[in-house]
Design a protein around this ligand. Structure first.
Ligand code: CP
Length: 382
């Protein structure tokens, strides 16, 4: 009873009107959301986490269909989608994007109309090729909206970006929630090193570092981005990161040394991504459906990565930090991106970081689909 009262008090602290503004919202890029709306999303995510940890069920949308399409592999995000939808009473379905008619040329807008008529929430991962994923998601959402408008259907069918070529917003919001929890809420003055790290496994998308540099300075972090030459992030994201620092009182700078980024950092986020020039070369090969060219580019990308095997998060580098928190979106490449002993030391922390994504997705689905969500959350405490 005391636990429910404490939770109720926390919920009373939330801004009812601000939470209502989440109604009808889809999340494609955090850059498109106001800071206030991102704050509301985090407040709702924290409320769902608190309810879930107390085993309080929150079936707000029973028997509705939460349909997610993945054009790339996933372990964490797929299960977070399924876990979030189930906790809201929805039925999660996850399909392989390459098994849909998109593979035969059906457009994103047509796909959106079809899925929007049948489902009650949509998730999409489309992150492999620069310039494609965000455009696909935007067109798909347009298809959903056009269909619903044309048929006078007032259902809210939000679209959640489960990683595109530009951003990985459910991941980066989870990261922000974890940083806040770890550092007690206030991130002002906290230095976060977002650095490239060596990977021999595959040329990874740019969306996580781009999502981090555009989001974290808006919430007060002092973000230092470090990468070797040739691994620049998108120019729009770099520009937004500068503006983000001005808006949020944080800072943003780019260096070319992993040691410099780590020195004095409160948190480090070393992860690999593909060299930008080769990632751009992939666009034409993908448009032409040239699998051999894509394979050849991938081999060159891994050879480029192999020139920087010393970009590893090891205990010597962790020693440069201010007893820094190791972060990774996972999966990490042990022995390449991170020394196995560092990964072992932070095994539980990175799992807790990953777990936040489930509550971010719950907040996105419930926020977009539930009128009077604040009151409904309070009712769960009774
Ligand atoms: N971090 C992340 O998005 O993990 P998955 O690729 O397993 O979903």
């Amino acid at each position: 009873m005391a636990v429910a009262a404490a939770l109720k008090e926390r919920l009373f602290g939330l801004d009812e009107q601000a939470i209502e503004k989440l109604y009808g919202k889809s999340l494609l890029l955090t850059m498109e959301w106001s800071r206030e709306d991102l704050e509301s999303l985090m407040a709702v995510a924290e409320a769902f986490e608190a309810l879930d940890r107390r085993r309080i069920k929150t079936p707000l949308h029973e028997h509705e269909l939460a349909y997610a399409v993945f054009f790339d592999n996933s372990t964490r995000t797929k299960s977070a989608w399924a876990g979030a939808a189930s906790r809201l009473g929805m039925r999660p379905v996850i399909v392989d994007g390459d098994s849909t008619q998109v593979a035969h040329g059906e457009t994103a807008e047509e796909t959106g109309a079809m899925l929007g008529m049948n489902a009650h929430a949509l998730g999409v991962r489309h992150d492999k090729i620069l310039g494609q994923g965000h455009t696909f998601q935007r067109d798909m959402l347009e298809g959903v909206r056009n269909y619903l408008r044309a048929t006078n259907d007032d259902r809210q069918v939000p679209l959640v970006n489960l990683q595109c070529d530009v951003d990985h917003p459910t991941q980066c919001m989870a990261d922000l929630l974890w940083l806040r929890e770890h550092f007690g809420g206030d991130l002002r003055g906290k230095k976060v090193a977002v650095t490239w790290a060596y990977s021999p496994s595959y040329a990874k998308p740019l969306s996580v570092p781009q999502g981090l540099i555009t989001l974290l300075p808006r919430f007060g972090c002092e973000v230092v981005l470090a990468h070797p030459e040739g691994y620049d992030l998108g120019p729009e994201c770099l520009q937004f990161a500068e503006r983000s620092a001005q808006e949020g009182g944080g800072s943003f700078r780019v260096v070319d040394s992993m040691d410099e980024a780590f020195r004095g950092a409160h948190a480090v986020y070393p992860k690999s991504w593909g060299g930008r020039a080769l990632m751009l070369e992939r666009v034409a090969a993908s448009d032409a459906g040239d699998a051999a060219a894509l394979d050849a580019i991938e081999a060159r990308a891994l050879a480029q990565n192999a020139q920087h095997t010393d970009w590893i998060c090891d205990e010597r580098r962790m020693g440069l930090t201010r007893d820094g928190l190791y972060m990774h979106c996972l999966p990490a490449d042990p022995g390449a991106e991170v020394a196995p002993e560092v990964l072992r030391r932070f095994q539980i922390q990175v799992a807790r970081q990953a777990n936040k994504k489930l509550y971010v997705i719950m907040a996105l689905l419930a926020g977009a689909k539930t009128r009077g969500l604040w009151g409904r959350l309070l009712e769960f405490c009774d």
